[in-house]
Design a protein around this ligand. Structure first.
Ligand SMILES: Cc1cc2nc3c(=O)[nH]c(=O)nc-3n(C[C@H](O)[C@H](O)[C@H](O)COP(=O)(O)OP(=O)(O)OC[C@H]3O[C@@H](n4cnc5c(N)ncnc54)[C@H](O)[C@@H]3O)c2cc1C
Length: 448
């Protein structure tokens, strides 16, 4: 399951004088406008894939990125707790169809199967295989009930797809927590039909150096302009002009590879407005929340094991799950999702660390507190350039992802994990969406 848990680059190229003139750009911008074919907004997995593909097709491309780093929600932190951990994506899902697997292997990045042992605790008691048979059975029933709803094509909240027996099962809270982690929001709030269309093929893999580090490697030759937030896109059927604090950039076409929330919440606007159904589709694909807390200990407080395990409490739908002994280090990474993640994030980084430590202490004993060294927590909801972790589809809104794969005005093409039906919410989905967007732009420009 998804969850169960750079460099500042070169020139600020601006597009053709002709389209700059047509769009009424200032003279300074026109002067810099030599020959940019495509502007890509956002240097995440989607934008970087689009840019590489477009450059490979011989087009002049520039990626414009608001942050001071590339990667977006793929971000490997190597400094805060002394071992590389991914603040965003970490699992290579669907390894049989995930293009990152081949890329990693061809470029010297070790990939390892996710062999984390899953431990469930009841208070401080670690349950055994027999104790958790009920959970495995329930997970299977949930999967089959979601599939039944999906096959019938009914676009209802996932929770409504479950029978009363399922919802009253004593294991339901922990099973629901798994779904909440997957979508970033509780099962009452995401579309069963949308989740049915996600395709999972092959086991999950992990990359010790980090998934974010892998994306950074892939992006090393891409032209990116960092620290440049685009606030408005003016468009005609001849080109686009992007407003940024550093001036206006123009291009023949644009790939908009920012999270759906950025457009839904008005951080990036369009003149003229996008067609209403396109704007609505961004609202129908909000980002749920999953946050992580990395906890470093002075010694190995996970006795009896030499490598990682994934632990969680039986009791709470509001519980966290943890990878302990990350890459054989004394670091644990805890994950919270949905309402709990919002609460913890609002309470602040220290409170998140304290909560993470407290839950771990419940399972492993108070000794872990004594040996605690330092921690760090993510805050993806407040992050101004993502405003959440990954997209889910609201019940009744199936089709929004597909709608966003259609170009607007022959000049605007959307990319991003939220536009990818069979791999939404993932880095490989973002990548595939970028490749799709690039092919569309090539075709649009070929037609003139
Ligand atoms: C905690 C967490 C755990 C996850 N776990 C996994 C996992 O295990 N496996 C997996 O496959 N996926 C996982 N994901 C999801 C995965 O990280 C994302 O689906 C993927 O990285 C999204 O890529 P993207 O290019 O669509 O968007 P982003 O990575 O968000 O890229 C968009 C870029 O646009 C930039 N931007 C935004 N607004 C503007 C603007 N106005 N002007 C210019 N630039 C702008 C942003 O700064 C960002 O760099 C996880 C995500 C999170 C947060």
């Amino acid at each position: 399951m998804r969850t169960s848990f750079s460099s500042d680059r070169r020139n600020f190229l601006i597009a053709t004088g002709a389209s700059a003139l047509a769009l009424g750009l200032p003279a300074t911008a026109r002067a810099q406008a030599a020959g940019l074919d495509v502007a890509v907004i956002g240097a995440g997995g989607a934008g970087l894939a689009a840019a590489r593909q477009l450059a490979g097709a011989g087009l002049k491309v520039l990626v414009i990125e608001a942050r001071d780093r590339i990667g977006g929600r793929a971000w490997t932190d190597t400094s805060s707790v002394g071992v590389a951990w991914d603040r965003g994506c970490s699992w290579l899902h669907s390894s049989e169809v995930n293009p990152w697997v081949a890329y990693a292997r061809a470029n010297g990045f070790e990939t390892t199967p996710d062999r984390n042992v899953r431990y469930v605790y009841d208070g401080s008691k670690r349950l055994n295989e027999a104790d958790t048979a009920g959970l495995r059975a329930l997970n299977q029933r949930i999967e089959s009930e979601l599939e039944t709803a999906g096959r019938r094509g009914i676009d209802i909240p996932a929770e409504q797809a479950f029978t009363l027996t399922t919802r009253q099962d004593p294991w339901y809270p922990i099973a629901a927590a798994g779904l909440t982690a997957w979508e970033g929001i509780e099962p009452a709030n995401f579309s069963a039909l949308d989740s049915f269309h996600y395709v999972d093929k092959g086991d999950d893999l992990l990359i010790p150096k980090g998934y974010g580090a892998l994306l950074a490697h892939y992006a090393r030759d891409v032209d990116v302009r960092l620290r440049t937030m685009v606030s408005r896109i003016r468009w005609t059927n001849r080109g686009v002009a992007l407003e940024t604090p550093a001036g206006t950039l123009s291009a023949r076409a644009v790939v908009v590879a920012v999270p759906s929330s950025i457009i839904a919440q008005g951080s990036l606007v369009f003149s003229p407005w996008l067609p209403a159904e396109v704007l609505e589709a961004h609202h129908h694909l909000p980002l749920g929340l999953m946050n992580k807390v990395a906890l470093r200990f002075k010694r190995n407080v996970f006795p009896g094991e030499s490598s990682e395990g994934l632990r969680q409490q039986r009791s709470g739908s509001r519980g966290m799950s943890y990878i302990t002994r990350l890459w054989d280090s004394n670091v644990a990474v805890g994950m919270s999702a949905g309402a709990l993640a919002h609460e913890l994030e609002a309470a602040g980084e220290q409170a998140s660390i304290e909560h993470g430590l407290g839950e771990l202490a419940q399972m492993l004993g108070n000794d872990v507190r004594r040996h605690f060294d330092r921690g760090a927590a993510t805050a993806w909801a407040a992050d101004p350039f993502s405003r959440g972790s990954y997209s889910h589809c609201l019940p009744g809104r199936f089709g929004a992802r597909e709608l966003l794969t259609r170009p607007v005005g022959d000049r605007i093409v959307f990319a991003g994990e939220h536009t990818e039906q069979s791999a939404y919410g993932t880095l490989h989905g973002a990548h595939l969406s970028g490749l799709r967007a690039a092919s569309q732009v090539v075709e649009l420009l070929r037609r003139g």
